[in-house]
Design a protein around this ligand. Structure first.
Ligand SMILES: *Cc1c(COP(=O)(O)O)cnc(C)c1O
Length: 471
């Protein structure tokens, strides 16, 4: 399988290439040159298989020759057999006659990002071993990505990770999930300033010859194609459980960077009968405005009780604009450069029409979010996290516009104990951390505090990186 850039001019790469590259050299994102397609019979044949086996079949066409069938099977078996605390990996829980929750939070850091990052950690080690290279991962996090990435690469032989977080601006649970991983290849940096400041340091390191010329830099944010690919799998396992391919299913997806919901679009392209993908945003609603009115314009970020969705510009939306708009890389490059300059653009007719076939959208404010947490508890005795509640709130708001025979699955993206304050304010109960992470508050922490200027961060990374050598 070859991958092409959404901006048309970067070289095509194979799966190994896009996994290690992250962003394309023309500033675009990599997408498969064509969508693999499964027949109904091929989808039906996946019924009843364990998660890891469905993962092998669904991901196989995207990986091509980069791994043998046996290598891929061994990796999936290990990742999905060991790292998750539920035998189903992603159990489906029924809320009422029509609504279901797909619990994606049974991994080591209690959010859905583990499902892809655990796999990505293994892919990195496999490909780097083969090339006899080392990779220095630098990333910035506002909470969930950092801990999932750290848990995925801790103890790795060929990777090391520097994770920047804004000092004092992530929750105690989130910070401890990063800083209590005491592994020689993990370094946590608490940076003075906001998430955007930390993110700016990371971006600058990738283009700073003093860093990029010395270290082989890698990225773990959701622009990495391998992450999206891993997320396609749970659309298949859940739809199969609800009767696919003989019955269509709708999904409501709490969305920030448009990664998780784009994986649903890929599943539909592959032949899974998805009736609708409901894009659920909080009051940072650029995606809702884009999908309902064609207006893609960024304002300031408003902090909410769903911090993992407090995002201004959704990087992965570019993948949809490319595919739905007719795959014209040169035209999209022009459109995106204009957007980067003015922070506003209008979708083309082709983009808007292409998107409207599958997507619907809804924005949920903090009061409605808290009400959705209450409603799930009162009606079904389920304690849900606020991000999941945004998805469920949108599912309820749009249910009337979807054929009543179609079940609606809301993706439960985080364990409620990850956001205990918001849950307690909504229902008066404080969710307990699961036993497997229960001693989080008793463990030793390790992190370095740094002043907010770029040069300090850069010099620290250069001084502490185990020389990985330029690519
Ligand atoms: C990252 C995250 C999201 C948003 O996912 P995207 O793929 O960025 O749309 C939603 N909920 C939680 C809990 C998250 O950690």
């Amino acid at each position: 399988m070859q991958y092409v850039s959404t901006r048309g001019s970067a070289p095509a790469l194979d799966f190994e290439g896009v996994t290690l590259a992250g962003l394309a050299s023309d500033g675009g994102l990599y997408v498969p040159a064509e969508w693999p397609r499964f027949s109904e019979a091929e989808i039906r044949a996946l019924r009843g298989l364990p998660y890891w086996q469905v993962a092998v079949t669904v991901m196989r066409p995207f990986i091509g020759d980069a791994l043998t069938e046996a290598q891929l099977a061994a990796i999936c078996r290990q990742v999905y057999g060991e790292a998750f605390a539920h035998a189903a990996v992603v159990p489906l829980v029924q809320l009422d006659e029509r609504n279901w929750l797909l619990e994606l939070f049974h991994g080591p850091t209690l959010a859905f990002k583990d499902i892809a990052l655990q796999l990505l950690g293994r892919l990195f080690e496999t490909f780097l071993e083969r090339r006899d290279e080392r990779l220095t991962i630098v990333g910035a996090t506002s909470g969930d990505t950092g801990s999932a990435a750290i848990h995925a690469v801790a103890g790795g032989k060929r990777t090391e990770i520097f994770m920047l977080h804004p000092k004092g601006r992530v929750s105690d649970v989130q910070r401890r999930q990063m800083t209590t991983v005491l592994s020689p290849n993990v370094q946590n940096l608490a940076i003075e300033g906001s998430f955007d400041d930390a993110q700016a340091h990371v971006k600058r390191m990738f283009t700073d010859p003093d860093v990029a010329g010395v270290l082989n830099l890698g990225a773990v944010n959701s622009i990495n194609w391998a992450r999206l690919m891993a997320q396609v799998v749970y659309y298949f396992t859940s739809a199969l459980q609800l009767g696919a391919p003989d019955r269509p299913v709708a999904y409501a997806v709490p969305t920030g960077n448009f990664g998780d919901v784009f994986a649903g679009y890929v599943a539909a392209k592959m032949g899974l009968p998805i009736e609708r993908l409901i894009v659920a945003t909080n009051v940072n609603d650029i995606l809702h405005r884009a999908l309902s009115r064609g207006d893609y314009s960024a304002g300031g970020v408003t902090p909410t009780i769903t911090p993992s969705m407090d995002i201004q510009v959704s990087s992965n939306f570019e993948r949809l604009l490319f595919d739905a708009g007719g795959r014209d890389g040169a035209a999209l490059a022009e459109q995106m450069l204009a957007f980067e300059a003015s922070k506003a653009m209008q979708l083309t007719n082709a983009q808007a029409e292409g998107a409207s076939r599958l997507f619907a959208s809804h924005a949920v404010n903090p009061i409605e979010t808290a009400r959705a947490v209450q409603a799930a508890y009162q009606a079904s005795q389920e304690i849900i996290d606020p991000h999941t509640a945004v998805g469920l709130g949108a599912a309820h708001a749009l249910a009337g516009a979807i054929d009543p025979a179609v079940p609606i699955v809301t993706l439960a993206t985080a364990h409620p104990a990850k956001f205990p304050d918001a849950v307690e304010r909504a229902i008066g109960l404080r969710p307990a951390l699961p036993a497997r992470v229960g001693d989080l508050f008793g463990r030793e922490e390790s992190y370095v505090e740094l002043a907010g200027d770029y040069a300090v961060t850069r010099d620290h990374v250069l001084a502490h990186a185990a020389a990985s050598g330029p690519r």
